[in-house]
Design a binder for this molecule. Structure first.
Ligand code: 3HC
Ligand code: NAI
Length: 693
């Protein structure tokens, strides 16, 4: 065995040269890796005794792509395209042996090999679109030559990982190897290739599938049309599509040039920088400085949930989906029956759409047990309270749980706004109490705010983060304050949206501006969807706000066919003259000076105070990092990922600009716009929330 460099080894098994790459954590194609591989291939090619070459990786995966940390830095070492030329141009067969994931540049390298062998658990994909890019090392030109343009379009625009079995069916992989025996199986396969004198198969020369699609522009037109909603606002999907079009319409070398041009275009755009930032932010968010990875955790094999309403039911589904049994405790039998039947209906709807079998439905339902007695939660490892948002009720529940549940269990509350410290004080074990703030619908939304109270112990924090991962959530650790991170910032936007309406904008103007910014919907559409009567009661309603008047008129949102908007039978929204009249009356009554409000002002008034509040949250230590706040907004509030999150966006547009506007508005409209100290400090120091300037 020869060590080529720190990450690459070259050895020989009889007449087969074996190049082994070992660059943890994911064998990304850093300069070191590219240099090591290029040299190893050169030597293996020069070795007269070697009749063929196998490329295999150590660790958990085959090459998972280019090294994203190198992006934006001056290029160093062998280029990926030069490395690929060496591999594809080798005068002897090259076989890629794949385990884990062959992703992005990793799959592009494998596509330059003449044959590919993979274990059944391996997956192949070109996920560059998820970081705002396209496969820039020939992937868009080679992939459609193997799988055809239709499947290539799907793969490059979704970034999905194709399982080995399907990869074999579509020709991405030539043979499956038994699990854990990849090395031996790849060598055996390679011996066969040598013995049978199989040709040096180059994907670039295989034109049949792309030629068949030539002269059929409708393939692309239809694809764009069908996916327009999914791709809204994003630049990368379109450039990826154009690359596949180029593969169909141009000779290989020209296609490569077009791929390069479209890659550079994306690479220089702020969208891809935002998406790369989000990629790392979503990994960083799990790291808690004072709770190291070796912190002991509590095994969670049994979960109890108190309250089977909107949230309790959705939360229960998360655990059942992960195979963890749940006991749901309710105060009223009919609420329990309703809760369980809603869960069943949700699962059955999923089954109807073909995303689950009838047996899966029964299996998950069998993990859910209903009860009317908190005593049934005695042996739970984790209990999540999701009863009404009322401090007295919550404290009563926690007082009882303290008496009943075994010592050491995690006691969590799903409160949206209430003080977690006060809830914890209802127990004699505040160290076991934490907030687990799920978002609605809890079985769908990826975000979980983990709320660390004053006395919460480190193992309880570590256990909460671990269980979040297990149920497929992305968790951000936040501190106790009203609304925590997400809702506290959202309150700023809601307040400004309402004020803008009083000053002269219409709800549909505000919604349009935020929709065009990239949110799935604006604040008024969101209120109509959630129901305007949340927290409203007929008895105490005094017609004091636009919302109260709408509720009194039974315009309570989509569910009643009208709210801020009018809805047709298909729930299509139309601006409502009734709402417009109510607004007009309110404006007249309040005597505000109604004026024309530009789209730019709407956007700034909704977004800048949100960023400012994020800065206050950081200043108070209620979030660990600015990037955690961005993770919250992207995964819980529909902030467009290609705009990086509010804090990143603040950096992009310039914190001096945000601060300038906050000061201006503070002078005009008062202290709700008071800038955060941190924001002022950063501007003074010429620094940013998320990146050093
Ligand atoms: N570059 C640099 N670092 C990477 C990386 C990459 N491509 N992929 C993963 N990492 C790092 C992560 O940041 C993380 O670091 P940390 O431990 O310090 O936080 C570590 O590797 C482990 O990653 P995960 O926590 O994500 O590990 P998982 O086991 O959950 O997932 C994975 C592994 C499926 C490979 C996942 O990391 C992944 O999807 N990676 C990105 C793949 C990708 O986007 N590839 C395309 C890159 S762009 C490209 O190739 C351009 C080319 O076309 C020219
Ligand atoms: P909900 O009203 O739909 O459900 C509450 C359920 O708790 C009811 O079924 C009720 O019968 C039951 N309950 C009340 N007291 C009980 C007791 N002592 N023992 C057992 N069960 C009891 O309310 P929802 O929307 O599910 O909210 C629950 C909690 O989740 C609240 O704290 C809320 O703030 C929070 N939350 C709500 C979100 C939402 O969008 N609805 C989002 C995130 C958090």
């Amino acid at each position: 065995m020869t060590a080529i460099n720190e990450v690459t080894d070259l050895s020989r098994e009889g007449e087969i040269a074996l190049i082994t790459l070992n660059s943890p954590p994911v064998n990304a194609l850093s300069a070191k890796v590219r240099d090591g591989l290029a040299e190893a291939f050169r030597q293996a090619i020069a070795d007269r005794e070697a009749k063929a070459i196998v490329l295999i990786c150590e660790g958990k995966t085959f090459i998972a792509g280019a090294d994203i940390t190198e992006f934006g830095k001056p290029p160093k070492g062998t280029s990926l395209l030069d490395l690929e030329d060496i591999i594809e141009g080798a005068p002897k067969p090259v076989i890629a042996a794949i385990h884990g994931t062959a992703l992005g540049g990793g799959l592009e390298v494998a596509l330059c090999a003449h044959y590919r062998v993979a274990v059944p658990s391996a997956r192949c994909g070109l996920p560059e679109v998820n970081i705002g890019l396209l496969p820039g090392a020939g992937g868009t030109q080679r992939l459609p030559r193997i799988v055809g343009p239709e499947m290539a379009l799907d793969m490059v625009t979704s970034g999905r990982h194709v399982p080995a079995k399907q990869s074999l069916e579509v020709g991405l992989v030539d043979e499956l190897a038994p699990e854990e025996q990849l090395r031996d199986a790849a060598i055996a396969f390679t011996r066969k290739v040598v013995a049978e004198n199989r040709p040096l198969r180059k994907v670039r020369d295989s034109n049949e599938k792309v030629e068949a699609a030539r002269g059929h522009p409708e393939i692309f037109a239809n694809f764009r049309k069908e996916n327009a909603r999914r791709f809204r606002g994003l630049k990368a999907p379109e450039n990826n599509i154009q690359c596949i079009e180029a593969a169909v319409n141009l000779p290989f070398e020209q296609g490569l040039k077009e791929e390069r041009r479209l890659f550079v275009e994306l690479f220089q755009d702020s969208q891809s920088r935002a998406q790369q930032y989000v990629f790392f932010a979503e990994r960083e968010v799990w790291k808690i400085p004072d709770v190291p990875p070796d912190t002991p955790t509590i095994p969670v094999n049994k979960v109890g949930i108190v309250g089977a309403g909107t949230m309790g039911g959705g939360i229960a589904m998360n655990f059942a989906n992960a195979g963890i049994p749940v006991t749901l405790v309710e105060a009223k039998q009919e609420a329990l029956d309703r809760g369980l039947s809603v869960i069943r209906r949700n699962y059955e709807n999923t089954a109807k759409k073909g995303r689950m079998t009838a047996a899966d439905v029964e299996k998950r339902m069998s993990l859910l047990k209903g009860s009317m007695a908190l005593e049934d939660l005695a042996d739970s490892d984790l209990v999540i309270e999701a009863v009404f948002e009322n401090m007295d009720i919550k404290k009563e529940v926690f007082g009882k749980l303290d008496q009943i549940v075994k010592p050491g269990a995690v006691l969590a509350t799903n409160t949206s706004y209430l003080d977690t410290d006060e809830i914890a004080s209802a127990t004699k074990r505040p160290e076991s109490v934490i907030g687990l703030h799920f978002f609605s619908p809890a079985n769908v939304m990826r975000l979980l705010e983990v709320v660390r109270a004053d006395k919460t112990s480190k193992p309880v924090v570590a256990t909460s983060m671990q269980i979040a991962k297990k149920i497929g959530k992305i968790a951000a650790l936040v501190g106790v304050c009203p609304g925590f991170v997400g809702n506290r910032m959202l309150a700023q936007r809601q307040r400004e949206a309402q004020k803008l309406v009083m000053e002269g904008a219409m709800p549909w103007d505000v919604d349009r501006v935020l929709y065009d910014f990239g949110f799935p919907m604006g604040p008024f559409q969101m209120s109509d969807l959630a129901g305007l009567d949340i927290g409203w009661s007929k008895e105490s309603s005094k017609g004091a706000t636009i919302r109260e008047v709408l509720c009194e008129m039974d315009r309570r949102g989509q569910k009643t066919g009208a709210g801020f908007y009018d809805y047709d039978e298909n729930r299509n929204a139309k601006p409502s003259p009734v709402t417009a009249k109510i607004i007009e009356d309110f404006r007249a009554k309040s005597g505000t000076n109604v004026r024309q409000i530009s789209d730019e002002e709407i956007l700034e008034r909704c977004i800048y105070p949100t960023i400012n509040e994020g800065a206050k949250i950081l200043e108070e230590g209620k979030a660990i990092r600015a990037s955690d706040i961005d993770v919250v907004w992207i995964n819980g509030y529909g902030w467009p990922k290609y705009r990086g999150g509010p804090m990143w966006y603040g950096d992009l547009i310039g914190l001096d600009k945000v601060l300038g506007r906050m000061r201006e508005w503070q002078a005009q409209m008062g202290d709700v716009f008071a800038p955060s100290k941190l924001l002022e400090q950063l501007v003074t120091d010429g620094k940013a929330f998320t990146r050093p300037k």
